[in-house]
Design a protein around this ligand. Structure first.
Ligand code: PSV
Ligand code: MN
Ligand code: MN
Length: 386
């Protein structure tokens, strides 16, 4: 038997962090299709994020990306977020867009470039102090394109050295979340290509260093839920960057490509106690052709649906089937939960939270989309990279 009341209570406490860059314009290297009403400043990104939280009730924090969200006064930005009913979340570093970083950032062969990269990461911790953010999210574009281009092992040593300096700067209650990605922009060898490399560095650094699983950063066919289960078991799962991939790092709406995979991941999160711990559920998406705010609302709802299904797995029936070696029954228990239509349950949850049961419809009726198109004229729209 599943406990519906417990599932509903858990769903009400869910928190999905939305990324500031998802509110700005983005595209491929071929074309960025600008949209009317898109934010021009970090403040306007927060205003849009507040709408997502207002209609879903479960998106209370917003990740920033530095320098895309650089402002003079970060405490004032945090205050603005609070005035709008949200808070600032993870600070994402950016050591991939300067000319200096052609051969890498903290793994670069030249000490001066490594210094600059580490300096940026330390500045990100200063920003965390000002915003009250707990998490520093690190993704490095570092790697090489050709065998022999640089010494793979020396690059790991440089990485370890840079990370250790930043780790030592973290305050109480602050974490370093290390993200891996199997390729791109480096095509031969990436310096943090997989969870094992990220885990090895985090283990050496200490308890404040944990791994981030970006669901789009794996080779096709990778069993991501196994990675999640393993990291949780080791106390090293710091959080997720959720998005969907059909081919590579597509950054599409989470749950769009493979809702079954998202369910399997969320089941391992629930099973491993990750739902009630400090695992950060962040989105890392880009909405290139679809309207941004409703797409982010849809993504939050997709996470909720996968979570609801994961919470509905009859764990005692599953344990009994597993113990008796009943392969078919064990699989049936899991599939029963996955095949449950949880939308009525989530409508009830929203109703009990004082929300409109249909967040996208409610957003469309709110007039916000028309208001930002009318008001946000002039100035430069924010985009991925600006
Ligand atoms: C890299 O592909 C990545 O997933 C990292 O999280 C970056 O910070 C982010 O994308 C930017 O969209
Ligand atoms: Mn990511
Ligand atoms: Mn990515």
């Amino acid at each position: 038997m599943t406990d519906l009341a417990a599932a509903k209570a858990a769903l009400k406490t869910q928190a999905v962090e939305t990324p500031s860059w998802a509110y700005g314009n983005s595209g491929t290297r071929f074309k960025v299709f600008a949209q009317a009403g898109v934010p021009r400043t970090p403040v306007e990104k927060l205003d849009d994020a507040a709408q997502v939280h207002a209609f879903t009730g479960v998106a209370p924090t917003v990740s920033l990306h530095i320098p895309w969200d650089k402002v003079e006064d970060y405490s004032a930005l945090a205050k603005h977020a609070e005035d709008r009913g949200v808070r600032l979340g993870a600070i994402n570093s950016n050591t991939f867009q300067d000319d200096d970083y052609k051969l890498g950032s903290i793994c670069h062969p030249e000490a001066s470039v490594r210094r600059k990269a580490v300096g940026h990461l330390l500045e990100c911790v200063d920003i965390m102090d000002a915003t009250g953010s707990a998490d520093l999210k690190l993704w490095f574009a570092d790697g090489t394109n050709y065998p022999g281009q640089d010494d793979l092992r020396a690059r790991q040593d440089r990485l370890a050295e840079g990370l250790a300096e930043v780790y030592a700067r973290l305050g109480d209650g602050q974490r370093m979340l290390l993200e891996y990605k199997f390729f791109e922009p480096a095509f031969y060898a990436t310096d943090v290509p997989d969870w094992g490399t990220a885990y090895a560095h985090c283990l050496k650094l200490g308890p404040k260093a944990q791994v981030v699983v970006d669901t789009g950063h794996h080779a096709p066919g990778t069993n991501i839920e196994f990675i999640v289960a393993t990291l949780l078991r080791e106390g090293k799962l710091g959080g997720f960057d959720f998005n969907s991939r059909f081919y590579a790092d597509d950054d599409l709406m989470v749950g769009a490509a493979d809702p079954f995979q998202l369910f399997r991941i969320m089941y391992e999160v629930v099973r491993g106690g990750g739902f009630t711990s400090d695992v950060a559920f962040m989105l890392d998406q880009c909405h290139n052709i679809e309207a941004k705010i409703p797409a982010i609302i849809r993504s939050v709802m997709n996470v909720q649906e996968a979570t609801a299904k994961a919470l509905l797995v009859d764990r005692s029936a599953l344990a009994a089937a597993q113990a008796s070696g009943d392969v078919l029954e064990a699989n049936a228990v899991v599939m029963d939960a996955y095949n449950t239509d949880v939308r009525p349950l989530l409508r009830e949850v929203r109703d009990e939270m004082g929300l409109d049961p249909e967040p996208i419809g409610a957003y469309r009726r709110s007039g916000w989309a028309e208001k930002i198109v009318a008001e946000r004229v002039g100035g430069e729209q924010a985009g991925w990279g600006a």
